[in-house]
Design a binder for this molecule. Sequence first.
Ligand code: KIV
Length: 274
Amino acid sequence: MSLAKINALIGRGEKVAMLTCYDATFAKLSEAAGVDMLLVGDSLGMVLQGAENTLNVSMQDMEYHTKSVKAGTKDCGIMADMPAGSYEHNKETALLNAKKLISSGADIVKIEGGGEMVNTAQYLIEHGIPVCAHLGFTPQSVNQLGGYRIQGKTEETAHQILQDATAMDQVGVHFVLLEMVPAILAKTITESINTPTIGIGAGADCDGQVLVIQDLLGIYTGPASKKPEEFKSPRFAKNFLAESSLRNSSIQSSVQAYVKAVKDKAFPGAEHCY
Ligand code: KIV
């Protein structure tokens, strides 16, 4: 039902406002503020656990937080990340773990990468699991990608991402999430495939946007091991709490402002894009 509602709003030409969420309190607040879909992201490794990256997040972590988010929502769609190590090795393990996240309350699971992950996505879909394919900058490959870097800047890498998105589209994924790619590439992909795209640092032409709640509130200052002054927010992040503080500095109004900005196509602006 939740995914059908999202499809219907995309069909009407409305943008999807997605936000990360890790617990029942924020789930309830975000749903009331009009968020269309909650992402239980493995970004929780960084923003909740204080780690440098998402690589040590476990299936147990994801099940626990997915259940917590589910407890706080009535009918908001829930997407849950499959954590590193839970799906890449073989598709049977991927299916077993995807089922655990669905049993915990997720409507759809997200996996990172194109290439061989296309077969895994197809296998999950054939077994009734809706899948989102995360392409572009894929945080679980941060070490292979040489850090937090924009992807698809050269003709060759842009073509590869477009090919991966097309292959994922053809096996029937429900969404393609594009992270940190040039806006022009995200626009081309969005126009070339039937699957709706969700962007983060991927320009305004995606069918929807996602943001990490801590970035929306401007409260994330880097891993626990680093001093806050050493941290620089990514270009795509926008602090809606700072902006709303002149009017009404509540978390609820900041989330509402984010939803409105996405729906009005006011966010992301050129300053948030590559
Ligand atoms: O884990 C997460 O929060 C994500 C977003 C950055 C898209 O995957």
